[in-house]
Write a protein that binds this ligand. Structure first.
Ligand SMILES: NC(=O)c1ccc[n+]([C@@H]2O[C@H](COP(=O)([O-])OP(=O)(O)OC[C@H]3O[C@@H](n4cnc5c(N)ncnc54)[C@H](OP(=O)(O)O)[C@@H]3O)[C@@H](O)[C@H]2O)c1
Length: 487
C-alpha cells in the first residue's frame, strides 16, 4: 500500500507501508548505572518513554537505577507504561556489597516482572568507572548468560583515550564479556539520516554504479557546533576534538560512505566492511599531518571555567583523508568539526565530477555546478540532490536545482531520537549500529599519529568557520569547504 505523505506545490512524498518492519523485544530489565546523571535524564529516559508511547517496549519490562547519591525513583517511573516497574538502588560502584544487593534485587524484579533474567546494564558513568563496574558485575555472576537470560552491557564514549588504553580496556572487559554482549554506543549511527546513507546506496540501483572514483570528485563530512564547551571542561579539556568527534562519529560516517556493499545487512557482515575502510585509510606516515590536517582552538577557550590557562586542547580539526583502494583512489575526503563555529550543522556532502564536455557553448563544463548529494544530519534531517536545470524562459539559462527531502516536512514529525533506535536495538540484540572491537582498534590506530603530531594550534574567533588555515586544505586541490545550507 502506498501512503501519501505531506505534499506541497511541486512536491510529493510517498512511502510503501508494506516495507516497514519493526520487532518488539522480548521481556527484559534495564539497569542504569549513573541514573542521577545528565545522560540518563536527557537521553536514556526520554528515549524509553518514546519507545513506550510507540508500544515498542517489551510487554514485560522494568528499569532499575543504580548510583551513589540518594535519588527519587519516581523520576525513573515518569512516562514509562503503567505495567513497567522502576526502582533505585543506592550504593558505591566499587563496593562488592552493592553488587550483592543488586543481584538480589534483580532476581526479585526479574521474578516479579517475569523477564527471565534478561538484563541490559547501561553504564551511564564516567569512563574511569567502566572497568570497575564491569569487573564487579562479572565477579557477582551477573554477566553469565547460562543461569537464565541474556546480559548485555552498554558503554558510552569515550572508549579509551588512545590505542593502548582502548586495547587495555578491551582486555580487561574480555575477562567478563563476550563481544556479543558489548554495545559501544555511537549515537550518530542511531540517526535516521545516517542510516539512510546505507538505504540510499544499497536499496537503489541508480547510485551504486556511480559511487566511485570515476564519478565522485570529493566528499565532505562536517559536524559543526555553535556551542562552546560550556560546563564540560572536565571531560573536554583532556579529550579535545580528535577524541571527542573524529575517533568515533566522523570516522564512522566516513565508513558508511566509503564501505563496499556487504552481501547482507547481517550485523557482522556490515561491520566487517566498515573495518576494511579503516584499514584502507592512508596512514599519516605516507601523508604528513602538517600538509593534511589543521588543528584550532577558539579564542577565549583557556578562560573557560575549568580549563587550564595554558591549555593546548584543540576545539577544531580539519583534515584531508584518502581511502587507498580501487574504489576511492585519488578521491579526497575532507572532514571538519569544531566548537564555537558560525552555524550548527552536521552533513555528508558527496560532490560528483563535472560534465566532461559542454554542449551549451559558450558555457564551459566549469560553469555548470557539479551535482551534489547531501545527507543533512543536523539540525534538520533530510537528503538533498542538486542538479543543473534550465531556468524557465525563452533563453538558455542554467541554474542549480535542489530536490530537497526534509524529514520533518515529509513525515510531519521529527525523526526519532538516535537513542530510541539504539536502545531498541540493544534490547533486540541487534549489534549492527554498534562499534565492534576491531573497528575501535583500527580507528585509534589510524588517529594515534595525529594525536601525537606536534601541529601548530591555530586560533579562531568564536562565531566563524574555524581557523583560516583550514581553508588551505581543499584550496590546495582547487576545491572549497561547502557553506552548510541554512535549513
Ligand atoms: N551527557 C551526555 O550528553 C553524553 C554524551 C556522550 C557521551 N556521554 C558519556 O556518557 C557517560 C555518562 O555521562 P553523564 O553526562 O551522564 O555523566 P555525569 O552526569 O557526569 O555522571 C553520571 C553519574 O555518574 C556518577 N558519577 C559521576 N562522577 C563520579 C565519580 N567521580 N565517581 C563515581 N561516580 C560518579 C554520578 O552518579 P552518583 O553520584 O549518583 O553515583 C553521576 O550522576 C559518560 O561516559 C560520558 O562520557 C555523555
Amino acid at each position: 500500500m502506498t501512503q501519501d505523505l505531506r505534499s506541497g506545490p511541486g512536491l510529493r512524498y510517498s512511502i510503501r507501508e508494506s516495507l516497514c518492519f519493526e520487532t518488539k523485544p522480548e521481556p527484559c530489565g534495564m539497569v542504569i548505572f549513573g541514573a542521577s546523571g545528565d545522560l540518563c535524564a536527557r537521553k536514556i529516559l526520554p528515549a524509553l518513554r518514546r519507545l513506550g508511547e510507540r508500544s515498542l517496549l517489551p510487554e514485560r519490562f522494568f528499569v532499575l537505577g543504580v548510583g551513589r547519591s540518594a535519588f527519587d525513583p519516581a523520576s525513573l517511573r515518569k512516562g514509562l507504561p503503567q505495567a513497567a516497574g522502576a526502582d533505585y538502588l543506592q550504593g558505591d560502584y566499587t563496593s562488592e556489597d552493592t553488587y550483592r544487593r543488586l543481584k538480589l534485587r534483580l532476581q526479585e524484579l526479574s521474578n516479579r516482572h517475569d523477564t527471565r533474567g534478561n538484563t541490559v546494564f547501561y553504564l551511564a558513568l564516567p569512563p574511569a568507572l567502566f572497568h570497575d563496574a564491569t569487573h564487579r558485575l562479572g565477579e557477582a555472576g551477573l554477566l553469565e548468560e547460562d543461569w537464565g537470560g541474556w546480559a548485555r552491557v552498554v558503554f558510552e564514549k569515550p572508549f579509551g583515550r588512545d590505542l593502548a588504553s582502548a586495547l587495555a580496556l578491551a582486555v580487561e572487559l574480555g575477562d567478563h564479556l563476550k563481544e556479543s554482549q558489548v554495545y559501544r554506543i555511537d549515537h550518530y549511527l542511531g540517526k535516521d539520516t545516517v542510516q539512510n546513507v546505507l538505504m540510499l546506496r544499497f536499496a537503489n540501483a541508480i547510485f551504486e554504479p556511480i559511487w566511485n572514483r570515476d564519478h565522485i570528485d570529493h566528499v565532505q563530512i562536517s559536524a559543526l557546533e555553535t556551542e562552546s564547551i560550556g560546563r564540560r571542561a572536565g571531560y573536554y579539556d583532556s579529550a579535545g576534538v580528535l577524541r571527542d568527534m573524529f575517533q568515533n562519529h566522523m570516522l564512522q560516517l566516513l565508513s558508511l560512505v566509503a564501505m563496499e556493499p556487504p552481501a547482507s545487512f547481517a550485523p557482522d557482515w556490515l561491520r566487517d566492511e566498515k573495518v576494511k575502510v579503516f584499514r584502507a585509510l592512508r596512514p599519516w606516515a605516507d601523508h604528513p599531518p602538517i600538509d593534511n590536517a589543521v588543528l584550532g582552538q577558539y579564542a577565549g577557550y583557556p578562560g573557560e571555567p575549568g580549563v587550564a590557562r595554558d591549555s593546548r586542547t584543540p576545539t577544531f580539526a580539519a583534515m584531508r583523508l584518502f581511502v587507498d583502494n580501487w574504489r576511492w583512489q585519488g578521491v579526497p575526503f575532507y572532514l571538519r568539526s569544531g566548537k564555537s563555529l558560525r552555524r550548527r550543522s552536521a552533513e555528508i556532502a558527496v560532490t560528483f565530477k563535472p560534465v566532461p564536455h559542454s554542449v551549451f557553448k559558450p558555457l564551459l563544463p566549469a560553469h555548470l555546478d557539479a551535482n551534489t548529494l547531501v545527507f543533512h544530519i543536523q539540525p534538520r534531517e533530510g537528503i538533498a540532490l542538486t542538479i543543473e536545470a534550465k531556468k524557465p524562459g525563452p533563453k538558455i539559462c542554467m541554474g542549480a536545482l535542489t530536490m530537497d527531502f526534509d524529514y520533518l516536512q515529509a513525515f510531519g514529525e521529527h525523526p526519532p531520537e538516535a537513542y530510541e533506535r539504539l536502545l531498541l536495538d540493544i534490547m533486540l540484540g541487534d549489534q549492527t549500529l554498534f562499534t565492534r572491537h576491531d573497528a575501535l582498534e583500527e580507528s585509534w590506530r589510524f588517529l594515534e599519529p595525529l594525536l601525537k603530531a606536534e601541529l601548530p594550534l591555530r586560533s579562531y574567533a568564536p562565531g566563524y568557520w574555524g581557523p583560516q588555515e583550514s581553508e588551505a586544505l581543499p584550496a590546495a586541490d582547487n576545491r572549497a569547504w561547502r557553506q552548510p545550507d541554512e535549513r
